[in-house]
Each structure stands twice: as C-alpha cells, then as structure tokens.
Design a protein around this ligand. Sequence first.
Ligand code: AR6
Length: 180
Amino acid sequence: MMSASLEVLRADITTLAVDAIVNAANSSLLGGGGVDGAIHRAAGAELLDFCRTLGGCETGEAKLSPGYHLPARYVIHTVGPIWQGGNSGEPEQLAACYKNALELAAQHDIRSLAFPSISTGVYHFPADAAARIAIDTVLTTLAQQPAIERVLFCCFSEADRARYAALLTVKDVNKPENPQ
Ligand code: AR6
C-alpha cells in the first residue's frame, strides 16, 4: 500500500526545500532554458562543473548531482522526450523519466522530491497527457518504493496546477492513508 503524500503546488521549483528537485534537462546536461536554466542559475556555477563530469543523459534516464546553492540537497536530472506526434515512444519515455527519477531517489535515501512538468515546455508534450502520465507513473512506482514519503508536482502556471489538482482529486490518492 502506498503511504507517500502527493501534493500539487504552483511555485518556482528552485525555491523548494525538499531533498531533491527534478530537472527537465536536455541530453547534454549542460544547461538550457526553462526550468533547466532556472535551476542552473539558482544552484550556481558548481552545478555546471559537476554536470560536465556526468557524460550526458539519454532520454528517459536520470542522473544525480548535488544541489549546491539550492535549498534542495540534490538535483535529479532527467531528459524528457521531444514531442513528435506521440507515436515515437514519447509516452513511454516520459513515464521512464518519472520512474527512473524515483528509483534513483530511493537509492540515495531521498524521501521528498519535487517534479516539474517534464517535456511540456520547449519539448511540447501536450500538458494534459503529460500530467496523466506523471501521476500514473508516480503512483505505480511509489508502490515499489515505500521509503519515499513526499512527492510534489511543482507547476509553473495556474492552468497546470489546476490540471494536476483535478486529476489527483479524481484519483483520491491521498485517502484514506493520508487524510489532510
Ligand atoms: N519552476 C518550475 N517549473 C518551471 C520553471 C521553474 N522555475 N520554469 C519553467 N517551468 P521546459 P522541457 C516549467 O521548457 O519541455 C530546456 O532548455 C514550464 O512552464 O523547462 O522538458 C532544457 O535544457 C513547463 O511547464 O522543459 C531542454 O533543452 C515545464 O517547466 C528543454 O528545455 C517544462 O518546461 C527541455 O524542455
């Protein structure tokens, strides 16, 4: 039985004091725009220096770094798929991002983490489909990872926050184990 709490909030992910924040990076892991750029700016130049040692990251995989100047202790870098119409494995690759990030977290005793809406910005994955994959994959993976206590879906827009909130309410995920 899953005992973790799933929460939705609208925030800049770089401000969150969780064990790890997840970065929607690109395969170079050498920074970019969007949430990736914000994380590198807030973490400081040490993050880029460390990422140079990681040798990049395949789509759907995840790699760990320290958080440096962030309030979060770690950053989990993952690379979402670029949307190409949906028939090129994008849904499975996006699910792999969430699954691999959570499994990497569990291996490093990370108990609380925050995800951005991976691939829904520059990579153009449709936001509703992406949110459903994010929630379903987190629920499925957490059932195998009882040490993870708290997962935050960190939305940047009010529309995205409302979308996640509606999907989580339908699933009733925080009841009855975690009445709020
Ligand atoms: N906090 C939380 N969410 C954010 C923030 C923030 N500070 N900034 C943006 N978002 P994107 P992708 C949201 O484009 O689609 C980069 O250049 C944003 O509104 O950051 O996976 C990488 O280097 C959207 O909902 O990532 C890659 O090249 C979500 O984060 C490429 O973009 C993801 O948007 C990856 O594209």
